[in-house]
Design a protein around this ligand. Structure first.
Ligand SMILES: Nc1ncnc2c1ncn2[C@@H]1O[C@H](COP(=O)(O)OP(=O)(O)OP(=O)(O)O)[C@@H](O)[C@H]1O
Ligand SMILES: [Mg+2]
Length: 263
């Protein structure tokens, strides 16, 4: 029988230490995420957001516990197979684009998980690859930029290229590490709106980290607060309060942000 796995992510008692670091980076992480959900991770610098995202992306080694992503159990000591890796897309904070290449070429790099490095080196892309790139560029709203070089683009436009590159991979799970931290307020909002629209259109699961509680509340279904490597709360976005925000970030420094949540 073909059972459809409705759980995108499941973590049971996950712990992790970076080698040589006394403080654990992840302690006792236990949660699961349904397919199709949008999850925001919030928490101060050093809390463990990027570490958790690297774990979900299959890049973290030597953790304890049980982790399952898109129905596949991750191994603490070996990287997932290329096929499994291609199912998860990652948008890096600093975009990680090839500056001197065109937008279209950067987006085509998202197909590497499907074509393999040798085929791509010789430019052997299939019609399927070109179609995936066209659709990704369309979904990211950058059709008019396709032939431009990345080093001629603004921060907001680069962010869309990074999103398109990720979409070309046709992932089922999209992970984004602070995707809006380098953007002005309007571009930040537009980017999250775009990501959540794309999530819906492509029926993906989306997990992003952010320091902006008001946008997390608006665009995520659920918010997980992380403090010093541990889960501080896991709440439905509509129940997210200024107190929860202050609980992870501390009370004084964040009064303005916390106040924005109240309204
Ligand atoms: N490669 C590494 N080697 C050793 N320690 C690390 C490494 N990467 C992160 N850490 C430590 O692990 C902890 C969690 O870091 P992480 O980068 O996950 O935090 P974060 O929540 O993403 O912070 P930020 O908001 O600044 O991005 C921190 O104490 C950090 O110093
Ligand atoms: Mg980080």
């Amino acid at each position: 029988m073909n059972t459809i796995v409705r759980t995108a992510i499941s973590l049971a008692d996950v712990n992790h230490h970076y080698p040589g670091v006394i403080q654990p980076s992840l302690t006792g992480f236990d949660f699961s995420v349904e397919r199709g959900a949008t999850i925001a991770l919030i928490g101060p610098s050093g809390a463990g957001k990027s570490t958790l995202l690297a774990l979900l992306d299959g890049r973290l080694r030597n953790w304890n516990g049980a982790v399952s992503v898109l129905g596949n159990s991750l191994d603490a000591h070996t990287a997932p197979s290329r096929t499994d890796r291609a199912k998860t897309g990652f948008i890096f904070q600093e975009f990680a684009l090839v500056e001197r290449a065109s937008v279209a070429r950067n987006v085509m790099n998202g197909r590497l998980g499907h074509t393999g490095p040798v085929a791509s080196l010789f430019g052997r892309f299939s019609q399927l690859d070109y179609d995936a790139v066209d659709e990704a560029i369309e979904d990211a709203g950058i059709a008019e930029l396709a032939d431009k070089r990345v080093d001629s683009l603004s921060g907001g436009q680069r962010q869309r290229v990074a999103i398109a590159r990720c979409l070309a991979q046709e992932p089922e799970l999209l992970l984004a590490d602070e995707p809006i931290s380098n953007l002005d307020p309007l571009s930040a909002e537009k980017t999250l709106k775009l990501l959540t629209q794309i999530r819906q259109k492509r029926d993906m699961t989306l997990v992003f980290s952010s320091h902006q509680p008001d946008l997390a509340k608006r665009f995520a279904d659920r918010i997980i607060g992380i403090r010093a490597g541990a889960m501080a709360f896991d709440t439905c976005a509509s129940d997210f309060t200024a107190e929860m925000y202050q609980d992870v970030y501390g009370t004084e420094a964040v009064a303005d942000n916390a106040l924005r949540l109240v309204g």
